[in-house]
Design a protein around this ligand. Sequence first.
Ligand code: SAM
Length: 326
Amino acid sequence: MARDKFGRSISYLRISLTDHCNLRCVYCMPEDMTFRPNAELMQDDEILLFTRLFASLGFHKIRLTGGEPTVRANIVDIVRGIKDTPGVRSLSMTTNGLLLNKLAAPLAEAGLDRVNISLDTLDPEKFHRLTRWGKLEDVWTGLEFAEEAGLAPIKINAVVVRGYNERDVVALARLTLDHPWQVRFIEMMPFAGATELQVNQVVAWEEIHQRIERAFGGLEVVGNGKLDGEARLYHLPGAVGDLGFISSVTKPFCAECNRARLTADGRLRLCLLREKEVDVLTPLRDGANLEELREMILDGIWHKPWGHGLAEGIIPLNRVMNEIGG
Ligand code: SAM
C-alpha cells in the first residue's frame, strides 16, 4: 500500500495516454497547441509495465485520460491489458465522447467499466465556442453509444467558465431529472497555456449551486455530504440522477486525496496543482529494474504535497492541462 507522509493511502492512478486531442477547449489549451512527438510519450508496453508496478503497490482504481484517450492508437488493446492486470479492480475513462460511436462497444468488451464524458453546455453554438472545434451532436451520439454499451453509471463533466456557460448549468442539471447520470460541475483550475482565462473567469461552486436552486428549489444533500471521489453530491427533487460539485479552487478536498497521476510523457505527478513530478519513464528506458522503479514511486508518493497553493497565488505553470489529464 502506497502512503504519503500525511498518512493518506494513495490507491487511485490517473494515466494520461496522450497529450493529443481532437478538441481545443478554451479552458484547457491554446488553439495552436504543439504536441509531443510520439517517441516522448509512454509506449503501450511501458504503460502496461507501469500499470503492473502501480497495481503491485495497491493502486486498484485506474482512470484513463489525456489529451483525448480515444485518439490513442491501440486504445482497445491498452484497455484490455490494463483491465487484465492483477490487482486492477476498476477501470474508467474521461473522454470528450466524440469517438464513442465507434469505440464504446469495443472498449466495454475489452473491460472498460465506465466513462466520464465532458459536456459543458447543451447549446450547440456555445459548445463550439468552448471547444473551438466541436459539434455538440457528436458528443450526444457518443453518450448514447456509451449508455448502450453499459459504460455506466455515466458521469458528465462540465467546467463552468464565466462569459461562456455559467447560465447553462440549469439545463445541464435538468438532465438528471430523466437520466441516471451524475452531472458534475467543475471549478476551472489554472495551469500553463490558458492561465489568464483560467484565473479570471472562474465560477465558484456556490454560484453554480445558487443558480440551480433558483431554478429548481432546494437541493437535497446526498450521502450526508460525504465526498464521492472529488464531488459533493446533491439531488434535484424527483430526479433519477445526481448533481456533483467539484470545488478544487474554492473548497479543496486535499485531505481526502487518494490520487496520483502519470503524465503522457511518464512523469509521476503528485498533485494536480503542484509542479512537483518524478520522472519514471527515463529511468525505465535507461534500464532501471522493477525494484528501483518501485522505490522511486513509493518515495514520490511519500513526498506527495499536502495540497495546492492557489490561495497564495501559486499556479503550476510547468504543464498545460492536456498533458496531465485532470
Ligand atoms: N479529452 C478528455 C475530456 O475532454 O474529457 C480528457 C482530458 S480533459 C483534460 C479531462 C477533464 O479535465 C475534462 O473533464 C475537462 O473538461 C477538464 N478540464 C480541462 N481543463 C480544465 C481546467 N482548466 N480546469 C478544470 N477542469 C479542466
